[in-house]
Design a protein around this ligand. Structure first.
Ligand SMILES: [Zn+2]
Length: 74
């Protein structure tokens, strides 16, 4: 652990996101400014992605939920 911090880009670890439907959906202020639909999946990302300056749990919790759902559907 600790050597793959930049392995994944997610809306949930982008500097432009705000929590919307935690943890699966986020509100993207970049898309809002560009008059696009600002509500996006936490595990998606766009070309404007930039690393979040203040660490939060959105991407982590979304991944946990996704993996937990898949495990439950075995
Ligand atoms: Zn967040």
């Amino acid at each position: 652990m600790g050597n793959n911090d930049d392995a994944e880009k997610y809306c949930g670890n982008c500097d432009s996101h705000n929590s919307y439907i935690y943890p699966t959906k986020v509100f993207c202020s970049t898309r809002y400014a560009q008059s696009m639909d600002p509500i996006v999946d936490t595990l998606w990302h766009c070309d404007s992605w930039n690393k979040v300056s203040q660490e939060c749990y959105c991407a982590r919790e979304a991944l946990k939920k996704k993996n937990g759902t898949e495990a439950a559907q075995r």
